[in-house]
Design a protein around this ligand. Structure first.
Ligand code: ADP
Ligand code: MG
Length: 235
């Protein structure tokens, strides 16, 4: 697949939740260059999670276009949309959404079951999916004793977060989207965690759209965007 110059190009997007008159999103333009690390901030309720869902084609906008890696994600049908997301986007949700009774390593390799693109990317440099999952978990400083023996339900929130980020990174998708993944950490721990994530992004060259309300993290990123400045919501 040819690589687009921008990993995200969003134009004239309007979005209202069903049965609501008011627009939660009304954004003229937003783009991210390939490999760029962008910090998106705004108060609770300002539409950050809604915007990420529109970019990931989980929610369909009422108007406008969203291109990810050069593809109009809302022009794809359900199955093609799911496949495109699995191939191109590593998602870190606020609540992590790990499969609780699956092992830590199986949680991390999960995207490779849905995406042969990501599986092939892993196997071009690692001997097995497990080996790459263990490398990523180690890079995220999860102690080996934990990922060898535990199911995800037996991990602390901070540990689950490391697993969720390893899962998003596996197979080097061109875009990572993270929705306040550090909200349970104090600022010092957030910075340390971001440094681990950035070291992996140096390897994978993935772009990152990172959402938080903690503006002290801004300076670590290539660029920061205030959602209030670009979003002319009426809600
Ligand atoms: P943020 O992530 O910035 O806290 P959200 O995108 O979650 O903000 O929410 C933006 C607005 O949309 C809020 O007013 C919220 O109440 C509303 N909202 C979020 N999810 C839904 C939903 N499923 N149905 C209706 N309104 C929603
Ligand atoms: Mg949110």
């Amino acid at each position: 697949m040819a690589k687009a110059d921008n990993i995200i190009d969003l134009d004239d997007v309007r979005f209202a939740y069903p049965a609501q008159q008011d627009l939660t999103l009304n954004i003229k333009h937003l783009s991210l260059a390939a490999g760029e690390r962008v910090f998106l901030y705004g108060p609770s309720g300002s539409g950050k999670s809604t915007l990420l869902s529109v970019i990931a084609a989980i929610l369909k906008p009422d108007a406008g276009s969203v291109q990810v890696n050069g593809t109009d994600v809302h022009a794809l049908n359900g199955a093609a949309s799911d496949q495109f997301r699995a191939d191109n986007i590593g998602l870190v949700f606020q609540q992590f959404n790990l499969l609780p009774f699956m092992s830590v390593v199986d949680n991390v390799t999960l995207p490779c079951r849905f995406s042969s693109t990501r599986r092939d990317a892993v196997l071009s440099s690692a001997s097995t999916l497990r080996a790459e999952a263990e490398r990523l978990l180690t890079a995220m400083q999860l102690p080996e004793a934990l990922f060898k023996s535990r199911k995800s339900i037996q991990l602390s929130v901070g540990q689950q977060q490391r697993v969720a980020v390893a899962r998003a990174l596996i197979g080097q998708p061109p875009l990572l989207i993270a929705d306040e993944p550090t909200s349970s950490l104090d600022t010092q721990a957030r910075v340390a965690f971001l440094e681990l994530l950035f070291a992996e992004l140096d390897r994978s060259q993935s772009g990152l759209l990172f959402v938080s309300h903690d503006e002290s993290l801004k300076s670590l990123f290539d660029r920061s965007i205030s959602l209030a400045e670009i979003n002319h919501a009426t809600a």
